[in-house]
Design a binder for this molecule. Structure first.
Ligand code: SF4
Ligand code: SF4
Length: 511
């Protein structure tokens, strides 16, 4: 038999427990007639937990190569560039992005958010959540497959595995081999690389919450604070535990998003699916037999799609909640289709509606305009507009006037009626500000306790100052009277004409 005539190769992955219809090495070797399989139903991920492989077994996925593998590499590089490099950027003489929890102040380039800005942080979280919901409705598990930190760190761990131990077959062989010097050397090298990666990941994580340019030297000098060191150690350890020890088990058994995202799926959500109609009946065949001359479908039952799968499932069993949408099976199958000179795309991105012939695949883009996607999109748009409007109109200095409840009204040394207030002044800006204050409401009214030359507000600080307002008793009879405080400051980067005026209403209690 020539190489051309040999049945196409099939190999059962060691971790995979063959199920009826899933195909196996033996199936393909002995297969003289098409293998019968039950058509799986595409669509919403199955939520029932299907035990694919024992919990204590390690999956060693084969390295997939192709368009989507390249996209995944690009996604890993892009997300990790943001994670590792951004904390080192400076902006206005401070770290560009810093979530300074001890000081309760967050900086995102020129945006500076303090405790008075919790509404904007809530809006940011809302934008992230609805952005993810909207994206999932449209693109399924694209987030999971390309940018979820668990996927990204697992991918990096797999790169290290591949780099040090070799591809899947070498790794399996090494796993089974008895301990000797070579195995110890290889494992020691791998764990050294993993340790360095996890340590640097933990340090970088802590650098998002503590000024990284001070934290890193302090860490190596043994002068870093306990909180920052704990954050670095914890995140570094969790990276090792989740991405190296647990790996796909996090997606399979721990991730809540995997379970509830099926609620966002509909028939028009982009999914990765095996084309059952085209692929079945599956079976091995001689490469020399043309596609038209065999009763078999296009699936040659080589199991490559299973071998590359990082979660160890068979996409031919239908859409499963375990599928993280990494598209490795698309690349693997396309490679086989190329070798067989069959059209690519036996496994591909598609939708349930297209697979069920509700509309042609070319219409998938048109299905973006649908009520569910529009609903999430509308909420997202409202949150984005509210955030942008709020941020762009927000005052750099905010004043809260709190009536001093302990002192309702009293007579001062001049015999005027006096009310006491506490002014809580928040400087949200990056600069020191000088604030002046006036009060109006009666023909004769005096403000005391507030510095006449102006109150100096340090950048990003909140100051509380007690003040008194007094008026002649004839103007303020019994009951409450409206008065108005006017505060003025000049933003340091603006001209004199651009003074900012804040007007706040308050009440004055008469005798
Ligand atoms: S079935 Fe395909 S897309 Fe899903 S996790 Fe496995 S390889 Fe990735
Ligand atoms: S779907 Fe493709 S990769 Fe998977 S077994 Fe069939 S031919 Fe092989």
């Amino acid at each position: 038999m020539s190489a051309e005539e040999k049945p196409t190769p099939a190999a059962e992955p060691e971790h995979y427990t063959a199920k009826p219809g899933a195909g196996s090495q033996k199936d393909s070797e002995v297969q003289a007639k098409p293998e019968k399989s039950v058509p799986p139903k595409p669509g919403k991920p199955k939520s029932a937990a299907i035990q694919i492989h024992p919990l204590d077994e390690r999956i060693h996925p084969k390295k997939a190569e192709g368009r989507f593998a390249n996209l995944r590499i690009a996604a890993v590089l892009a997300t990790q560039f943001v994670f590792y490099i951004v904390p080192w950027f400076n902006w206005l003489d401070r770290q560009a992005v810093l979530f300074n929890i001890p000081d309760r102040h967050f900086y995102i380039f020129s945006l500076s958010l303090g405790m008075g800005d919790l509404i904007y942080l809530a809006l940011l979280l809302m934008i992230c959540a609805f952005g993810l919901f909207w994206w999932t409705t449209i693109a399924g598990r694209l987030w999971c497959g390309y940018s979820c930190p668990q996927t990204v760190y697992t991918e990096i761990m797999l790169w290290i595995d591949n780099l040090v131990e070799g591809d899947r077959n070498k790794r399996l062989k090494l796993e089974k081999s008895s301990w000797n010097f070579t195995k110890i050397r290889i494992k020691a090298t791998k764990y050294l690389l993993i340790f360095l990666f996890c340590a640097w990941t933990g340090i970088t994580f802590a650098g998002w919450f503590n000024p990284i340019r001070e934290f890193v030297p302090a860490l190596f000098n043994g002068l870093a604070g306990g909180g920052a060191m704990f954050a670095a150690a914890f995140y570094g350890f969790m990276t090792f535990f989740m991405a190296h020890i647990m790996r796909e088990k996090v997606c399979l058994h721990m991730c809540p998003y995997a379970r509830f995202q099926s609620a966002m799926f509909d028939k028009d959500t982009l999914i990765i699916s095996y084309d059952y109609e085209r692929g079945e009946p599956r079976g091995a065949r001689k490469k020399s037999i043309s596609r038209e001359d065999t009763p078999l479908g296009d699936c040659i039952n080589c199991n490559m799609c299973v071998q590359v799968c990082p979660v160890g499932i068979d996409i031919r069993d239908g859409l499963q909640y375990q599928c993280i949408g990494c598209a490795a099976c698309i690349d693997a199958c396309n490679e086989i289709m190329n070798k067989m000179s069959y059209p690519r795309g036996l496994i591909r991105y598609t939708t349930e509606g297209a697979l069920e012939h509700d509309y042609p695949e070319s219409d998938i883009k048109k299905r973006l305009k649908r009520p569910r996607a529009a609903g999430y999109g509308a909420v997202l748009a409202v949150a984005v507009i509210a955030f942008i409007t709020g941020i762009s109109t927000r005052k750099m200095v905010e004043v809260d006037i709190l009536k001093d409840r302990g002192v309702m009204v009293r007579e001062n040394t001049q015999g005027w009626l006096e009310n006491a207030y506490n002014l809580r002044i928040i400087n949200n800006s990056e600069y020191d500000q000088v604030l002046t204050a006036r009060v109006k409401g009666f023909e004769e009214i005096v403000l005391t306790g507030f510095p006449e030359e102006g109150l100096k507000l340090p950048a990003r600080e909140t100051v509380t100052i007690p003040v008194q307002v007094a008026t002649i008793p004839e103007y303020a009879d019994k009951g409450s009277h409206p008065i108005e405080f006017t505060f003025t400051y000049q933003e340091s980067d603006k001209s004199d004409a651009d003074k900012v005026v804040i007007e706040e209403e308050a009440t004055f209690i008469g005798e």
